[in-house]
Design a protein around this ligand. Structure first.
Ligand SMILES: NC(=O)c1ccc[n+]([C@@H]2O[C@H](COP(=O)([O-])OP(=O)(O)OC[C@H]3O[C@@H](n4cnc5c(N)ncnc54)[C@H](O)[C@@H]3O)[C@@H](O)[C@H]2O)c1
Length: 411
């Protein structure tokens, strides 16, 4: 790789010069995208089709969990974001066919704008939208919620570094308000049935090689002062709060550690890697890698991840964290870029290639984990979580969604 400078200028990758162990898929990238299977997905001709099919899939996979929640009240804090897109819509989809609906309230401060999809749902009789910042005192007229999901945090690295204090406040102060609410409900004899806190795989930091793949028992290798610490450390302390409230007050509080979710709802302006590459494809410009392409991740389609989150909420053991993601394939950023470019060429008339560029942000790569890959055995055995989407099928569905959702506020 000596002929490919780490930073500076724009360099077209030459796959034949890359080390095979770093890019094991380099000769298979196009073949690996199973053309025949992909064509099946092209029968879904629009973002609307992809979303409708995902919601039907999620709703059927969660029929037992939603059945247990039916007739109850669910609060999703931070429900206006990426994960909220399917967390909210899958419940409303269930409601459309259920005898007893789940009554859903969303709190969000819309720090990154009010999404159109949520505005479009405003008239749903089982949905209440409240503009509320979770770091503020809870509304006095707070209803009796049975189920609570705390997903309010800025999650995209570029944005949480822009708003570090707000990120820490939501993960610690905001969480504390919700935990106090649970204690209060219990003291009043109306305990909540389930509480889910969104932590992150980032709590593991940059694991040592022997801790890849990573089980929930790994303690992490994390900087408490680096540019990512506002996120990683506030999630870690959030988990500590959850575990101690669960124990001391005997509350059904559970924790999700998501590993790189992607798919519909993740707006193209979010600055996470897959929307960035999708934007390159639909602008028909070269895909820009902002690293040397070697960091690896496993990517989990949102329709799989959301089933895991509701399973934790309903079935998870109090005080327990669960990895939610997929175990394979662990792919490099370069491999990911090639897969997306391949889909672009095959289906969307893309003519660009994969290049390397320098991020103008000097901390873009500081403390960026080299590898991230979960062990999901705990969620599999305790909750019945079983992801089913292959990376290439899921990427194609995602690209179909982006084709129809190319414009988003850049907040
Ligand atoms: N998407 C992933 O792959 C991933 C990975 C790890 C962890 N997580 C965690 O999952 C949760 C949801 O992630 P996401 O990808 O949907 O993020 P997102 O940024 O798309 O959405 C978060 C939502 O929370 C809202 N919010 C932020 N601060 C708030 C506050 N103080 N009060 C009320 N609302 C507030 C935002 O307006 C936004 O609508 C976050 O806690 C995130 O840290 C997500």
């Amino acid at each position: 790789m000596d002929d490919v400078p780490l930073f500076g200028g724009q360099v077209v990758f030459k796959p034949e010069t890359l080390e095979p162990e770093l890019f094991p898929h380099k000769n298979e990238i196009t073949n690996d995208i199973q053309r025949k299977k992909l064509m099946e997905h092209m029968e879904l001709s629009s973002a609307r089709d992809v979303v409708a099919s995902d919601l039907a899939d999620i709703s059927s996979r969660l029929s037992e969990e939603f059945g247990r929640m039916a007739g109850g009240r669910l609060l999703i804090v931070g429900g206006g974001g990426f994960l909220g897109y399917y967390l909210v819509q899958s419940v409303l989809h269930y409601n459309s066919e259920a005898a007893r609906p789940i009554s859903l309230t969303v709190f969000d401060n819309y720090i990154r704008g009010v999404p159109q999809w949520l505005k479009d749902l405003e008239s749903d009789p089982n949905l209440e939208l409240v503009r509320h910042d979770i770091t503020d005192p809870l509304p006095e007229s707070m209803a009796d919620f049975d189920w609570i999901i705390h997903a309010a945090s800025i999650a995209s690295p570029i944005f949480y570094r822009r708003h570090p204090i707000a990120t820490m406040d939501a993960n610690v102060g905001g969480l504390r308000r919700l935990l106090d609410y649970c204690v209060d409900r219990k003291e009043k004899g109306r305990p909540v049935s389930g509480f889910l806190f969104y932590s992150t795989s980032e709590i593991y930091g940059d694991p040592t090689p022997d801790a890849i793949p990573t089980p929930e028992t790994y303690r992490g290798l994390v900087s408490c002062t680096g540019p990512r610490a506002c996120y990683d450390e506030s999630k870690r302390f959030g988990e500590t709060l959850c575990v101690n409230f669960a124990e001391q007050y005997e509350l059904p509080i559970t924790i999700a550690r998501p590993f790189n979710n992607f798919g519909p709802g993740l707006k193209i302006s979010d600055r996470r890697v897959i929307p960035d590459f999708a934007r390159n494809v639909f602008n028909n410009e070269d895909i820009s890698l902002l690293s040397d392409g070697s960091p690896t991740r496993t990517f989990c389609y949102i329709a799989d991840a959301v089933t895991g989150y509701y399973k934790i909420l309903v079935r998870g053991k109090a005080g327990e964290p669960y990895n939610i993601g997929v175990e394979t394939p662990e792919i490099s950023m370069y491999d990911l870029a090639c897969r997306i470019a391949g889909i672009g060429r095959e289906h969307f008339g893309y003519t660009g290639t994969v290049t390397r560029q320098t991020s103008p942000d000097r901390h873009y790569l500081t403390d960026n984990p080299n590898r991230r890959c979960p062990i999901i055995e705990k969620a599999r055995t305790q909750l019945g979580y079983e992801p089913r989407w292959s990376i290439d099928d899921a990427l194609l569905r995602t690209m179909l969604w982006y084709r129809d959702n190319r414009v988003a506020e850049d907040l």
